[in-house]
Design a protein. Structure first.
Length: 117
């Protein structure tokens, strides 16, 4: 199957300009970034709760993670960023230790006093 993330992102882009009365994605865009971020946060919380109860319902973790990814893609679209941008960043990180990658992101604080993330 083709990359489902890119396929979904393309669909989300077309729905961005749809009638908010007939498209959930368009209604999120119409309500603005704060509403979209609220949905991302809500889905992140639901994903965490599902993961904590994964022994009771492992499929709930998958469903909630799918909701989180979906709303994250809507957020990227609203910010005029693309799933390709995200996938490119993940590809860039392949083969790099998480510890090394995080250390590379550290930069001097604005006042020059210490490193911040």
């Amino acid at each position: 199957m083709d990359n489902v993330i890119l396929h979904l992102a393309a669909i989300l882009e077309t729905r961005k300009a749809a009638d908010p009365a007939s498209s959930y994605v368009a209604s999120l865009h119409a309500r603005g970034l704060n509403k979209i971020l609220e949905k991302v946060g809500e889905e992140a919380t639901e994903t965490i709760i599902a993961a904590k109860d994964a022994d009771l319902d492992p499929t709930a973790v998958i469903r909630e993670t799918a909701d989180l990814w979906f709303h994250s893609l809507v957020m990227l679209s609203h910010l005029n960023l693309s799933a390709a941008d995200l996938l490119g960043e993940l590809e860039r990180r392949l083969g790099t230790s998480g510890i090394e990658e995080k250390a590379a992101r550290k930069r001097p604080a604005a006042d020059g006093s210490k490193l911040e993330e």
